[in-house]
Write a protein that binds this ligand. Structure first.
Ligand SMILES: Nc1ncnc2c1ncn2[C@@H]1O[C@H](COP(=O)(O)OP(=O)(O)OC[C@H]2O[C@@H]([n+]3cccc(C(=O)O)c3)[C@H](O)[C@@H]2O)[C@@H](O)[C@H]1O
Ligand SMILES: Nc1ncnc2c1ncn2[C@@H]1O[C@H](COP(=O)(O)OP(=O)(O)OP(=O)(O)O)[C@@H](O)[C@H]1O
Ligand SMILES: [Mg+2]
Length: 284
């Protein structure tokens, strides 16, 4: 028996799909061209010298980084000199279990420059000062958000110092559940893969000739000391296949649709700017 989501044609599913800009069918080559052109045009308009992004070895930063490097290469060719750069920054907390994937992503992208900033000392200092000040310990989960915000700070330091804009990896399959740290990995200047779902991101990487292992690997936020490499799908309680289907307007099992919709509605504050007296979205 096929279980279909009673909401699959619901107003909410259509509203989410439209709000997050998901197209059920894409042409991978055309999407790559469009997003590389966007990165080129925006760098020129902002008078920026290029882009910086944290590379984890995961799918999203591999795709975003590759698009950025392609944009920078074309800008340099058109300028007739090496005026623009893409800095890929490694931001490990201690030793990263999938460091080999990060190195493979770097080989695939060929960044202008690779920098490593270790975040452990800063994160541990923050957590320690919190305990000194309050007499209480931050949970392992909240410490995960400290890591994401420390990574954000390091990328903004590099961006400000070298005249680069900070890239983010937000996309529809992440935005829908608010599965990012507010003002951590959620903070950026430009979000080149916005509007794509997870399988569309994979299709772009395949088109770009990325090693299969990098786009078939299990997505992980990898933020918790006590749950290293925790798959996003285990944390979310739904699979990316289900999220992607939902975003493409396809039928989804009712239990999965309910989880997705509950998360979407609870995290609207993460997809908006800070709430002000002029906002009404929270009253709806
Ligand atoms: N209604 C509301 N209106 C306005 N603001 C509201 C609010 N409710 C909470 N907030 C604020 O938001 C804060 C909670 O948001 P936040 O700090 O983001 O924390 P939170 O959403 O609780 O946690 C972040 C989640 O994203 C996941 N994550 C993070 C980073 C990367 C990735 C990845 O996939 O790579 C995943 C992480 O595993 C965790 O499940 C609250 O402390 C409060 O300040
Ligand atoms: N260890 C790390 N080193 C550098 N950047 C990181 C690291 N961990 C996370 N980031 C940054 O935070 C972003 C959010 O992480 P997220 O897990 O959503 O993406 P990803 O790791 O690129 O892909 P995936 O979702 O497939 O794991 C990354 O895209 C990257 O820019
Ligand atoms: Mg990851």
């Amino acid at each position: 028996m096929t279980h279909t989501n009673p909401n699959n044609s619901s107003a909410l599913q259509s509203k989410v799909q439209a709000a997050l800009r998901v197209e059920p069918h894409i042409d991978a080559a055309a999407e790559i061209r469009r997003r590389v052109d966007f990165l080129k045009q925006y760098a020129l308009k902002a008078k920026s010298k290029g882009y910086v992004l944290g590379l984890s070895g995961g799918q999203d930063s591999t795709l975003t980084g590759k698009l950025a490097q392609l944009a920078v290469n074309e800008l340099n060719e058109e300028a007739g000199e090496d005026r623009y750069q893409f800095i890929a920054v490694r931001l490990p907390y201690g030793v990263q279990q999938d460091e080999a994937d990060a190195q493979e992503a770097i080989r695939f992208i060929g960044p202008t420059r690779v920098v490593t900033i270790h975040i452990k000392a800063a994160v541990d200092a923050s957590v320690h000062e919190f305990m000194q000040a309050t007499g209480e310990s931050l949970s392992d989960f909240l410490k995960g958000n400290v890591k994401a915000r420390e990574r954000m700070k390091a990328q903004y330091d590099l961006g400000a110092h070298y005249g680069l804009l900070v890239l983010g990896t937000d996309h529809a399959a992440e935005a829908i559940s608010g599965f990012f740290t507010k003002f951590g990995d959620g903070a950026c200047d430009v979000a080149p893969i916005y509007g794509l779902n997870k399988r569309q991101g994979r299709a772009l990487l395949k088109q770009l000739g990325c090693p299969e292992a990098l786009y078939l690997k299990q997505p992980t936020a990898d933020l918790e000391d006590l749950k290293p490499g925790l798959p996003d799908e285990a944390a979310l309680g739904v699979t990316y296949e289900q999220i992607d289907d939902y975003l493409e307007g396809k039928p989804v099992a009712p239990a999965a649709a309910a989880i997705i919709e509950r998360r979407y509605l609870a995290t609207e504050h993460k997809r908006q700017g800070p709430v002000t007296v002029y906002d009404t979205w929270w009253t709806e």
